[in-house]
Design a protein around this ligand. Structure first.
Ligand code: TMP
Length: 238
């Protein structure tokens, strides 16, 4: 198959830009260096972030394919771009928490790093105007974001993905604290894992030292985001 050629820009997000291609069923996703936090309240351009995230998400999506998880990812094209199946994103941010941190720690007054008695799944309505509010599956169905059947599929797949990722990061000496994923529908109506899985969308702590190897470096202003992301990538390459 020849690689489709890049066409007009379809969408520019906070960290990525999506382009149409000569094949209606494919898009090219370009990884930018922009970092944002607090729904865009904090913004910086961080040298190389896009290159590192394109590399990391490529490795992770390939690993998920080995475990038969269906994703939008087709191939990495160059430093910053990947070819993906075109999907319509289901406007849900699906979050897994293995250890309590971030917004859940704050909202419920729990010390960061407390182990959860059970793995937690949350969904947020992906809508910047309302700050991506936490909802449940009844809200999602009532708002016509997905059906109950779709939600059950998303939930089951998300727990499967969590199992794969926890083991994968464990082998790298990293604890997967939490992460956010998104799903989309392709032209055949199949639900695929979409978007990205990177240190932008996961909390990753070193197993021995609890050092944060993720975007909290930027959110909390505690160090070099690039160094943390390079560390994650280097562990994959060892
Ligand atoms: P939270 O603790 O801020 O709710 O974040 C939970 C996980 O989801 C964390 O790994 C970061 C990720 N996340 C995103 O990727 N995008 C977002 O917009 C938010 C709010 C969280």
């Amino acid at each position: 198959m020849t690689t489709p050629t890049k066409a007009q820009q379809l969408y520019e997000g906070k960290a990525k830009t999506v382009f149409a291609t000569s094949n209606d069923d494919n898009v090219i996703i370009y990884y930018k260096d922009d970092a944002t936090a607090g729904n865009g309240a904090k913004h910086s351009v961080i040298d190389e972030k896009g290159i590192l995230n394109n590399d990391i998400t490529t490795i992770i999506f390939q690993k998920l394919h080995e475990h038969k998880i269906k994703t939008h990812f087709i191939e990495k094209l160059n430093e910053r771009e990947q070819l993906c199946e075109k999907v319509e994103i289901i406007p849900l941010e699906v979050i897994i928490r293995n250890t309590i941190a971030g917004s859940m720690a704050k909202r419920l007054g729990i010390t960061e790093g407390t182990d959860a008695k059970t793995t937690i799944i949350e969904i947020c309505y992906k809508n910047d105007d309302f700050g991506d509010p936490l909802i449940n599956e009844y809200h999602a169905v009532a708002l016509d974001l997905c059906s109950f059947e779709d939600y059950e599929f998303i939930k089951k797949t998300t727990f499967e993905i969590n199992k794969i990722l926890v083991n994968m990061f464990d082998e790298l000496g990293i604890k997967l604290i939490d992460f956010k994923i998104e799903f989309g529908r392709n032209s055949k109506g199949e639900i695929l894992l979409a978007d990205e899985i990177t240190p932008d969308t996961c909390r990753l702590w070193d197993k021995e030292t609890n050092k944060k190897l993720d975007k909290d470096q930027f959110r909390l202003n505690i160090g070099s985001l690039t160094d943390a992301y390079k560390e994650v990538l280097n562990r994959f390459k060892k």
